[in-house]
Design a protein around this ligand. Sequence first.
Ligand code: G3H
Length: 248
Amino acid sequence: MRKPIIAGNWKMHKTIKEAVEFVNEVKSEIKGTDVEAVICAPFTLLKDLKEASEGTNIKIGAQNMHFEEKGAFTGEISPLMLKEIDVDYVVIGHSERRQYFNETNETVNKKVIKALEYKINPIICVGETLEEREADKTKDIVKVQVEKALVNIDEKDIKDIVIAYEPIWAIGTGKTSSSKDANDVIAYIREVVANVYSEETAEEVRIQYGGSVKPANVEEIMNESDIDGALVGGASLQPKDYVELVNF
Ligand SMILES: O=C[C@H](O)COP(=O)(O)O
C-alpha cells in the first residue's frame, strides 16, 4: 500500500517569521494523519522549518539543488548543504525551473542521482505544455521525461522517488486536469516505470498530481486508483487550506 503524500510547494513565498507561524498553526491539526505531509520551501526557510516541525508529522523539502557537492557555482545550493539541515525531500525539474532556469532532462537526471546518494527523497516533476496536449503528445512527453530522469538509477532506489505529474497548463491557472485524465496519465507513468524496471517496483512508486489542486477538489483526485498524492502550489500557502488538503 502506497502512503499518500500531500506536498505544498510554496514557490517564492514567505519569510522565516511567516513560515514558522504557519507550522505552529497547522502542526496540531495534522497530527496522527496517515498522510505524509510535506512543505517544500525556499532555501532561506529550511533550517527554521526543520526546527519548527520537529516532533510533528510534517516533512520539509527544498525546491531545487545543484548536482555537485561544492564548487564555483555562484548562487547554487548543494546536496551536502541540504543534508546538513536534514531536509527530507527535494523537488527536481519543476516546470518553472525547466521553463525559466534552463533545467533539462539531463540536469534533472544528475540531480536525482545526487539526491539519492545523499538520501534526500527526490520529487521529480514531469508534464506537458498546452500545445503538446493539444497535439496529443502528453504520453510521449512524460515518457521521455520519466525515462531520462531515471537513467542510471538503481532499481532498489526507486521506492524513495516520488514523481509529480503536473500538466503545465494546469499550474496556477485554476484549470485542473479532470481527475480521470490525470489518473490515466499517472497510470501510464507507472507503466513506463514498470517497463524500465518491473511491475513490482512500479507499484511502489508514489505518483502525485499537481496543478490547481485545492481543498474543494483534493478528495476527488485522491480517490483515483493511481494517484498517490498532490503537489500543491497556491492552495498550500494558507494554513487552513493546507490542513484541509492534508486531511482530505
Ligand atoms: O508545484 C506545484 C504546482 O506548480 C502547482 O501549482 P498550483 O497548485 O498553484 O497550480
